[in-house]
Design a protein around this ligand. Sequence first.
Ligand SMILES: [Zn+2]
Length: 182
Amino acid sequence: MLVTVSAFREPYEAHLFRGRLEAEGIFAVVSHEMHVANKWVLSNALGGVKVQVSTDEIELAREVERACCRGEYREMLRQELGDLDDPVCPYCGGTEYRKRRPFLRAVVAILLSRLAYSVFPPTGWILRCERCFKEYRAPHRPVSVAKLVLAGTAMVAVVIGLLTLQVWFNKVFGCYGQFPCL
Ligand SMILES: [Zn+2]
């Protein structure tokens, strides 16, 4: 029988943990992945994306989870890859922090989401050092011009595609008045 070791908000987080368990020789599966992927805003209400193992291996899996929480695998990563580019407090050099969204960006994201009936997550983080309790912004990672051009081109292509689809839809099925008839 399968039992849940841990639950995550996002499918990719669950797969990272499943990969860790399998690297330790523990067979694990991810469940409710598609359910959450289809309606991720309900992830918490659905109990999240679950990583499950057989009852025989639950204790081993819990030990791997505890090792993850203690940061043991993080240390292995650091030894293998060097600097992990963790945010460092500019005031005291501490690496432990809590994070929150900038207030103004959160308000803009909520307004945009309500207006467009879609989800516009806010960008950027403000980090609060756990050692000296001062706040600082997460390191800015600049986006290259090539990526901006690519994203802009993709957005224009999507808009043109949707308009073309709408023109075709109106021709074939007629105009239902929900959208402007082109
Ligand atoms: Zn600090």
